[in-house]
Design a binder for this molecule. Structure first.
Ligand code: 5RP
Length: 223
C-alpha cells in the first residue's frame, strides 16, 4: 500500500473524533490535507468551523468551504487533529517538518483532545531519528545554535525558509530523546527560541496509525 493511502486511511478515521457544533483545531501537512478533504466531504455541515494552524491549512480549508475562525474568537476547542514527524506509543511527538510548529502548539494547547494522524512508519520507540525543528527569532539564530551544541545537538539552519511568524528554523540532528518532556522544558528556557518541535509536555491523547491491515488506534491519554 502506498504511503499516501495509509495517511488517507488515518485521516478518514479521525472523522469520528470531530464533535458536532464546535470549533475544530486543524493542523498542517500532507496527512492533514487528506483529513480536510474528508471533513469537507462528510462532516463540514456539522461543525461551526475550524481554527487553523498555518497559512497553508487556512488556504485549503477556505478552498473546500470550511469557515476559518481566529483562535481569539473561538475560545477553547473540543479537538485538535494533526500529523507528526515521529510519535511514540506514549503520545510524545516530533513536529514541525512543515515549519508550522508554533501555531500548531498553540492550537493544540487550546484543545481538550489531541488526535494524531499518521502512517505507521511514524511510530518510534524513541524520538530522535527525525531532526527536531526549533523556531527561532532571526537575530538569535547563532546564539541559540551554540546553546543547542552545548546540549549535544547538531543544528542545521533551514536556509531560505521563513515561518508564518517571520522566524527561522533550526533542524537539530543527533539527539536521542529518552526524556522528551525534560528536553522540551530545557529548550523552552533558552532566550530566542519561540517553539520547540518536541510535543511531549502536551502530547497526543489518541494516535491513529494507517497500516497495511487497517488503522491502529493507540490511546496514551494526557500527560
Ligand atoms: C508540520 C507538521 C506535520 O504535522 C508533520 O510534518 C507531518 O507531516 P505529514 O503529514 O506531511 O507527514 O508538524 O509542521
Amino acid at each position: 500500500m502506498a504511503q499516501d493511502d495509509l495517511k488517507r486511511a488515518a485521516a478518514e478515521a479521525a472523522l469520528k473524533y470531530v464533535e458536532d457544533n464546535t470549533w475544530l483545531g486543524v493542523g498542517t501537512g500532507s496527512t492533514v490535507d487528506f483529513f480536510i478533504e474528508a471533513l469537507a466531504e462528510k462532516r463540514k455541515a456539522f461543525i461551526k468551523g475550524a481554527v487553523s494552524s498555518s497559512e497553508r491549512t487556512t488556504k485549503l480549508l477556505k478552498k473546500v468551504g470550511i469557515e476559518v475562525e481566529e483562535l481569539n474568537n473561538a475560545g477553547d476547542l473540543s479537538v485538535y487533529i494533526d500529523g507528526a514527524d515521529e510519535v511514540t506509543e506514549h503520545g510524545a511527538m516530533i513536529k514541525g517538518g512543515g515549519g508550522a510548529l508554533t501555531r500548531e502548539k498553540i492550537v493544540a494547547a487550546a484543545a481538550r483532545k489531541f488526535v494524531c494522524i499518521a502512517d505507521g512508519s511514524k511510530l518510534k520507540p524513541v524520538l530522535g531519528d527525525f531532526p527536531v525543528p526549533i523556531e527561532v527569532i532571526p537575530m538569535a539564530r547563532s546564539f541559540v545554535a551554540r546553546a543547542i551544541v552545548r546540549l549535544g545537538g547538531y543544528p542545521e539552519w533551514r536556509s531560505g525558509f521563513t515561518t508564518d511568524n517571520g522566524n527561522v528554523i533550526l533542524d537539530v540532528h543527533g539527539w536521542t530523546l529518552l526524556n522528551p518532556v525534560e528536553m522540551e522544558a530545557k529548550l523552552n528556557q533558552i532566550p530566542g527560541i519561540v517553539t520547540v518541535g518536541i510535543f511531549a509536555q502536551r502530547g497526543a491523547d489518541v494516535i491513529l496509525l494507517g497500516e497495511k491491515n487497517g488503522v491502529r488506534t493507540l490511546t496514551p491519554g494526557t500527560f
